[in-house]
Ligand binder design. Structure first.
Ligand code: IMP
Ligand code: MG
Length: 176
């Protein structure tokens, strides 16, 4: 992208919070009586994670992982590297990965493979956004906030060159 501008607001703060509440209720029901080990994928998922966890009634343990997919700006190369690993083991835990967006699916595919080797009791994915058009690998989240079309999205955790994460709504960037 050379010159960019904001497009329309795709999801308002109210729409996001309404959906977060629904997802929290669904997760509470599905994991009834169980403790959930939540893995927040930094940095994009941190806004979504904190809002969502307030809507989950189960006991929750939170830990963080940071990954980079090599490549820059708006393109993913598919090579994933863990730059911050979990502080706690997940064996025999009900693990729920929280992501901001599933795009090509390469990041989550790598993470799932990696986490499966650590012997969790169960392993599920909750993503705020899903951009199925760009999928390169067959992977689907167990919980999805919203399906979006193939645009470059920012706000509510999602960035462009580390900017715009703190917008309370979700918008897109367009080339000028
Ligand atoms: P994937 O490996 O292609 O599925 O990419 C996952 C990561 O790419 C996400 O966790 C985001 O950090 C980033 N990403 C993908 N699409 C977008 C977007 O539209 N806006 C901002 N970041 C994105
Ligand atoms: Mg990310």
């Amino acid at each position: 992208m050379n010159q960019i501008k904001f497009g329309e607001i795709m999801l308002t703060e109210e729409a996001i919070q309404k959906r977060v509440k629904e997802l929290g209720a669904q997760i509470t029901k599905d994991y009834e009586g169980e403790e959930i080990f939540v893995i927040c994928i930094l940095r994009g998922a941190c806004f979504f994670t904190t809002d969502l966890l307030k809507r989950i009634e189960n006991n929750v343990i939170i830990d963080f992982m940071a990954v980079t997919s090599y490549g820059s700006e708006t393109k993913t190369s598919g090579v994933v590297k863990i730059i911050k690993d979990l502080d706690t083991p997940i064996d025999e835990k009900h693990v729920l990965i929280i992501e901001d967006i599933v795009d090509t699916g390469l990041t989550l595919h790598y993470l799932m493979d990696n986490l499966k080797t650590r012997n969790p009791k169960s392993l599920k994915i909750c993503t705020l956004l899903d951009k199925p058009e760009r999928r390169k690998i067959d992977i689907e989240a167990d919980y999805t906030g919203f399906v979006v079309d193939n645009r470059f999205i920012v706000g509510y955790g999602l960035d462009y060159q580390q900017k715009y994460r703190n917008l309370p709504y979700i918008t897109c960037l367009e080339e000028v």
